[in-house]
Design a binder for this molecule. Structure first.
Ligand code: GDP
Length: 442
């Protein structure tokens, strides 16, 4: 089915590269390389791929680190969120508030326009409790009007048609007929052509001006691949579309062109067709599509669960250890994880006393350190974190730098920060033990 190809590739690359517990520069890079390839192979537009990869990279590297949540879960979450953005964020529902609401269906011949008009009538009757009227205006394609009538009869939907009469006159009569017969949604099945031409566009434009549609929907054949973007842009330029319906996606497992439409044309995909049957038209939900591509049931919940599972008691344990003078890098790591878990470090810092003096730069720096330090500490063994003196050995140091993909400078920064922090912790606990509570803020 639609998206299967991409889904398989995505899952494989994330699973393969994200075995480690956290995101590192290295596994991010490897995964992105493969995701990029998977997107291109699925026929996603190059510009969309670029944008998507840049966004994912930025998030993965820029402090999305969440201790206790596996790297693959983090990556899935990031890719999932960015896909939703690219796909248009929210479902774009039909505008049906006008009484009656006119929906004008346009598209090239063979795109599935007539079939889809019928499916849409069926859908608004079922889901929106509307009383639709189909109007046959395709006077060019032989048999198009008969086809519409036949489909209407089969599915018990009223069809208005006046044969080869001028479509504008027929449309006006249909509006009157709808009013007299209580039809609140009027679906116009307009003429298609084999390719876009000025004459056809002018006719459609006249029809549009005469019927003031609430929706002008372009029906495109999903099988034509990247050509979808050109067709959509052309129709939109001349007809001011309100959305796109992509058909025949049951035959296109790759579907990358469809995934590119909204980003490339700024138009929402309102429905997708995945079969010839009357009920095989579904509203398009960016989130559900993204779920589908990443093969997740409900990844939102999955992620929340994982975050919840971070050991709640680790903070208390750390406090206790600090009091006993036992502060080591494992404790620092737990603390940073807690901070990360609380989310936005900027927001956190601002809530602290004396926050007025904290600049944007300082917040960014803290955020960056949090991420980088976590990555470096993840490349240490537990033994090394428990006994940071071991880190003085040059072979250990080099191994950690290599493994984390960070620089020596950053490694040293971590050690210095840890040493400074440990000194403060020791002084603090000494004061606490002697009954003199340290003063914060002010
Ligand atoms: P029109 O010229 O744009 O009105 O195209 P039609 O509505 O006649 O559709 C052309 C062909 O595509 C017909 O055989 C339809 O049954 C078929 N078709 C339309 N939508 C879909 C779809 O979502 N999946 C499949 N498999 N076939 C479709």
């Amino acid at each position: 089915a639609f998206g299967d190809f991409l889904s398989k590739k995505m899952k494989k690359s994330i699973e393969k590269n994200m075995q480690k517990s956290t995101l590192t520069a290295e596994n991010i890079q490897d995964t992105l390389k493969e995701i990029r390839l998977a997107l291109l192979e699925s026929d996603v537009n190059v510009d969309v791929v670029k944008e998507l990869i840049a966004k994912i990279k930025e998030k993965a590297e820029g402090g999305y680190i969440q201790e206790g949540v596996k790297a693959n879960q983090q990556m899935v979450k990031i890719v999932h969120d960015e896909l939703i953005e690219i796909l248009g964020k929210e479902n774009s529902p039909l505008e049906l508030s006008k009484k009656p609401s006119v929906i004008m269906m346009v598209g090239l011949q063979g795109s599935g326009k007539t079939t889809t008009a019928n499916k849409l009538a069926h859908l608004v009757r079922k889901k929106n409790s509307k009383n639709p009227l189909l109007v046959g205006l395709d006077i060019y394609r032989p048999g198009a009007i008969e086809q519409l009538v036949e489909l209407g009869q089969k599915n018990n939907i009223s069809v208005f048609e006046k044969g080869k009469q001028d479509p504008i006159i027929t449309a006006k009569q249909a509006l009157e007929f709808a009013e007299q017969n209580g039809h609140d949604v009027i679906i116009l099945d307009t003429a298609g052509r084999l390719q876009i031409d000025e004459k056809l566009m002018n006719e459609l434009n006249e029809l549009r001006k005469n019927t003031s549609p609430s929706e002008t929907l372009l029906v495109v054949d999903g099988m034509i691949g990247q050509e979808i973007i050109n067709v959509t842009n052309e129709f939109n330029r001349l007809l001011k579309l309100t959305g796109v319906i992509v058909t025949k996606l049951d035959g296109d497992a790759r579907g990358g062109a469809t995934l590119s439409i909204t980003y490339m044309t700024k138009l929402p995909i309102k429905f997708i067709g995945e079969g010839e049957g009357v009920s095989s038209l579904s509203p398009f939900y960016p989130k559900r599509m993204s779920d589908r591509i990443l093969g997740m049931g409900d990844i939102e919940t999955l992620y929340e669960k994982a975050v919840e599972n971070i050991d709640e008691r680790s903070m208390q344990k750390t406090m206790k250890r600090m009091f006993m003078g036992q502060y080591d890098m494992e404790d620092l790591r737990n603390q940073l994880a807690q901070v990360a878990k609380m989310g936005n470090i900027g927001g956190l810092l601002k809530m602290m006393p004396g926050a007025g003096k904290i600049s944007e730069d300082q917040v960014n720096d803290a955020q960056r350190k949090l991420v980088i330090f976590s990555i470096i500490m993840d490349s240490m063994t537990l033994k090394e974190r428990r006994d940071p003196r071991l880190l003085k050995a040059i072979t250990r140091k080099n191994r950690i730098i290599r493994g984390s993909g960070r620089s020596e400078k950053e490694f040293n920064e971590l050690i210095n920060n840890f040493d400074k922090g440990k000194k403060q912790v020791m002084e603090m606990t000494k004061m606490m033990k002697s009954g003199r509570m340290p003063q914060f803020g002010g």
